[in-house]
Design a protein around this ligand. Structure first.
Ligand SMILES: Cc1cc2nc3c(=O)[nH]c(=O)nc-3n(C[C@H](O)[C@H](O)[C@H](O)COP(=O)(O)OP(=O)(O)OC[C@H]3O[C@@H](n4cnc5c(N)ncnc54)[C@H](O)[C@@H]3O)c2cc1C
Length: 492
């Protein structure tokens, strides 16, 4: 019997759409099935608080999308994507009222670090210069033949170090240490863990090389641009189509799962070889998050003037304080003073709020285990809003007086909004050293599953979390190679 489509993609997140575009560009007929009534997964926007306030439901700040070698090949500007670069990509306030700032310019950043200036320059200048080559190396499976071995070598040794070691070794003073620690905390790992420095190096040098931009109109505009380009090429998207088992799928040569490993294990179930299924089921989760969006009557009254010019603010104080908060989370404890990530999009994008009013996006890390299936209910019951607001007040006294509306999302709420966010894990699984190498299996093509024609294309595959579409792109290329090598025959 003839196929309905050459390829079906389950899920319309950035990786699902990335995979779908790669397949349709190769001349295949492609259908995307999305469980939600809106497309985009982790790149969506909505009026979560009050009318006229547009909030990013998940992702907000996009160094990886702006730097994605794959997205660069797509005409996304023609479909309305417009990057806004805040004057300062990232500010990290300290208790003395100053803030360490990551500026676009490495030297400008370094010069604010006094005696740590030279160390910062030595660390970031080569990485920033090599960013295009380096990003091509690390935005793919680790098991590959490097095309830029010198750049990769320079990056690799430092990247492996725990962020606490590297910062204490390189920097004498708090501003540089705290700034690097905050960026490394995007790893969701305790900062004493191997490979946490990689996150500080990659995201820090991305800040210099491509910025930490935000899309005009909200992150939904990334998904809309991807989806509209896909449709222009002849692709089809169906919403409200949640897939629970393989029998629900139309007839197709290949199926790509923009779902987590745990969902793939459930959906494909007994059809997967037991050993592979066991590996998927035992893939380790990252900690979860607790998120709040605010509608504000005015900009945030930061003590540090630099924070009023920055798109992203990291709130957590010193290296030791951030390391302590992340240690608590990893041990399953809720930190009293969590590390809080904040984005203030409306300062730079007037489409996000009514005139004179503002939005604020904030989240902190919490222990994993809030999902009903996984039993560690403590985090689920904790409302982190008081602790998040105390951290904001610490660096912006009077913040609470600006609040017009709040929208909170616990780990359980996140999971309800997108099955990929089970337990509040926003990265498709922990990014510890082993799971970066074997994501989810040790292979140069970890996208392929043992079932012929079934591929995984979500952030549970390399290079992992973030809006960049690279997991989808690589997975689709693996599927295309198999189809054109005739490992997957055409049905008559
Ligand atoms: C609160 C939050 C903040 C974040 N901040 C940032 C940030 O600032 N910058 C950044 O780069 N990244 C950020 N991220 C991470 C980023 O959003 C994700 O890494 C990225 O979206 C992963 O893309 P994906 O396509 O793999 O999966 P997703 O974006 O999760 O998309 C998966 C899609 O598949 C659908 N789906 C799942 N299961 C099924 C099913 N069974 N049937 C049908 N459809 C299904 C889902 O509904 C969803 O639409 C954030 C994430 C969250 C949640």
């Amino acid at each position: 019997m003839a196929n309905d489509y050459d390829a079906v993609v389950i899920g319309s997140g950035p990786n699902g759409l990335g995979a779908a575009i790669t397949l349709v560009r190769a001349g295949l007929s492609v259908l995307v099935l999305e469980a939600n009534p809106t497309i985009g997964g982790g790149a969506r926007s909505a009026e979560l608080t009050l009318p006229g306030f547009i909030h990013d439901v998940c992702s907000a700040i996009h160094p990886l999308a702006a730097g994605s070698a794959f997205f660069k090949t797509l005409p996304l500007e023609r479909f309305g994507l417009d990057w806004i670069q805040p004057e300062i990509p990232l500010a990290h306030p300290l208790d003395d009222g100053t803030a360490a700032c990551l500026q676009r310019d490495v030297d400008l950043t370094a010069n604010s670090f006094g005696s740590d200036a030279r160390s910062y320059q030595n660390l970031m200048t080569p990485l920033t210069r090599d960013w295009q080559n380096l990003s091509a190396e690390f935005l793919q499976p680790i098991l590959h033949l490097p095309r830029h071995p010198i750049a990769l070598g320079r990056f690799g040794i430092r990247a492996l170090c725990p962020a606490t070691w590297l910062t204490r070794f390189l920097f004498k003073n708090e501003p540089a240490r705290a700034l690097f620690a905050g960026i490394a905390a995007h790893s969701f790992l305790p900062l004493e863990s191997l490979v946490t420095s990689a996150f500080g190096l990659v995201l820090g040098s991305a800040g210099h090389a491509v910025g930490w931009p935000l899309p005009r109109g909200g992150s939904q505009s990334i998904s809309n641009a991807l989806a509209n380009y896909f449709r222009e090429l002849g692709g089809k998207i169906e919403i409200d189509r949640r897939i629970e088992n393989l029998n629900q799928l139309p007839k197709t040569r290949v199926t790509l799962f923009d779902t987590t490993v745990w969902q793939l294990a459930r959906i494909a179930g007994e059809r997967l070889p037991a050993r592979y299924r066991h590996r998927l089921e035992n893939f380790r989760h990252a900690p979860g998050i607790f998120k709040i969006d605010y509608a504000l009557s005015s900009p945030i009254p930061w003590k540090s003037e630099a924070c009023r010019r920055a798109g992203t603010i990291h709130l957590g104080g010193t290296l030791d304080q951030i390391a302590s908060a992340e240690r608590d989370v990893a041990r399953g404890q809720v930190p009293n003073r969590p590390f809080v990530l904040v984005a203030q999009q409306s300062l730079f994008d007037e489409t996000r709020a009514p005139h004179g009013k503002h939005t604020l996006w904030a989240y902190c890390h919490v222990p994993f285990g809030c999902s009903p299936q996984r039993v560690r209910p403590v985090a689920d019951k904790i409302d982190m809003s008081e602790r998040i607001e105390s951290q904001i007040e610490r660096f912006a006294p009077g913040f609470r007086d600006c609040i017009l509306g709040r929208h909170k999302m616990s780990a359980t709420d996140l999971e309800k909004s997108n099955p990929n966010l089970a337990g509040g894990d926003i990265n498709g699984g922990a990014a510890n050293l082993w799971q970066l190498i074997a994501r989810p299996i040790l292979s140069p093509t970890p996208y392929r599953t043992p079932l012929r024609g079934i591929y995984l294309c979500s952030s549970s595959t390399p290079p992992g979390g973030g809006v960049h579409g690279m997991c989808g792109y690589h997975a689709a290329r693996a599927a295309l190679r198999d189809m054109f090598d005739k490992r997957i025959p055409v049905e008559p």
